[in-house]
Ligand binder design. Structure first.
Ligand SMILES: [Mn+2]
Length: 328
């Protein structure tokens, strides 16, 4: 495959389905910049959520590209059928998959395409295995684009490749990472940022505002960590109401002090709306905090490693978690 065929394929693209990582965002921006259709539809998803994508909104006979999207055969609930059904739906609706720039496993993609009556030979850019020469989606795109693309495109792909290795300390990496992390669940941010950064090197006022929110979170992180209260049984309580914060960063650092972390005054999704509540999280694999809290009759959402609930349930939640932790 030479550079020009990869680039030709991008030129005719109508829909990009990408994962919302820095690798996915930078790769999508590089593709938007080099596409003929400036209104390329941008769909951000995760491997385990492709069943929720509404294909009916896509332009007829779209050329579709996947970026950083692996087959859903890993993670806590592997179910590759989800990916098979998604690919089948795309073809049934009259669209065509033009390229798959993904490094999560080429054999898995080959098998899915064949199960859907297609083959990787139809792709202008083919999936790779991480650990091969092309360790990120941006690296795969860089190779496919070749030397003919402009400096802006190359910079996007270079920084996206760094982001895939968790290095966000690059001009574009910092913009994508910081503007997204201050509100991971806002569905409007990713398409907006990708379209903007496809065309310019510096963030606009809106994106700068999102980055400033992240800067505020970084300032608050040590203050929240300093609020630690050790209540025994490997449980620490932190005061998140100090200010805007990245809860994931709080938990990551708090696990260095104790295996069970209670974060008071943090944004949680409960009953379909975002509200101020409490999260209890653990890095212990033998403790399903969500199950324990739900069994106590507390309305709670989240996952095995992290439960979200309302402020008023704090005492009961801590009691049941303490009891469970003490018995394990
Ligand atoms: Mn990646």
């Amino acid at each position: 495959m030479d550079g020009s065929s990869g680039l030709n394929s991008i030129y005719g693209i109508n829909v990009i389905v990408a994962v919302g990582s820095v690798d996915g965002l930078a790769g999508a921006a590089a593709c938007v910049r080099n596409a003929r259709d400036t209104d390329v539809q941008l769909v951000f998803t995760q491997a385990f959520q492709v069943n929720t994508i509404d294909i009916s909104k896509w332009p007829p006979e779209s050329n579709v590209g996947f970026i950083d999207l692996g087959v859903n055969n890993e993670g806590p609930t592997p179910n590759r059928q989800l990916t098979v059904d998604f690919v089948k739906r795309i073809y049934e609706m009259g669209h065509k998959i033009s390229f798959i720039a993904d490094e999560h496993g080429k054999t898995a993609w080959k098998d899915v395409l064949e199960e859907c009556g297609h083959s990787k030979e139809e792709l202008s850019i083919r999936p790779k295995n991480r650990g091969e020469k092309y360790g990120s989606s941006c690296a795969i795109l860089m190779k496919a684009f070749g030397e003919s693309v402009d400096a802006h495109t190359k910079a996007l792909l270079r920084d996206g490749n760094q982001g895939d290795q968790m290095n966000f300390d690059t001009p574009f990496g910092r913009i994508f990472n910081n503007a997204i992390k201050s509100n991971m669940s806002d569905p409007t941010r990713r398409p907006y940022i990708v379209r903007c950064m496809a065309q310019q090197e510096i963030p606009d006022v809106k994106i700068q505002g999102w980055m400033d929110e992240y800067a505020e979170m970084e300032v608050n992180l040590p203050l929240i960590l300093a609020s630690r209260e050790d209540i025994g049984n490997e449980i620490s309580v932190y005061n998140g109401s100090i200010g805007r914060h990245d809860a994931t960063a709080v938990f990551r650092d708090a696990y260095k002090m104790s295996s069970i972390v209670v974060l008071n005054g943090t944004n949680v999704f409960l009953g379909g709306r975002l509200q101020m509540g409490i999260s209890i999280a653990t890095n212990r694999k033998d403790l399903n905090v969500l199950e324990i809290i739900q069994k106590a009759g507390i309305t709670s959402g989240g996952m095995a490693a992290k439960a979200n609930f309302a402020m008023e349930d704090k005492e009961l939640a801590i009691d049941v978690i303490r009891a469970a932790a003490a018995h394990l």
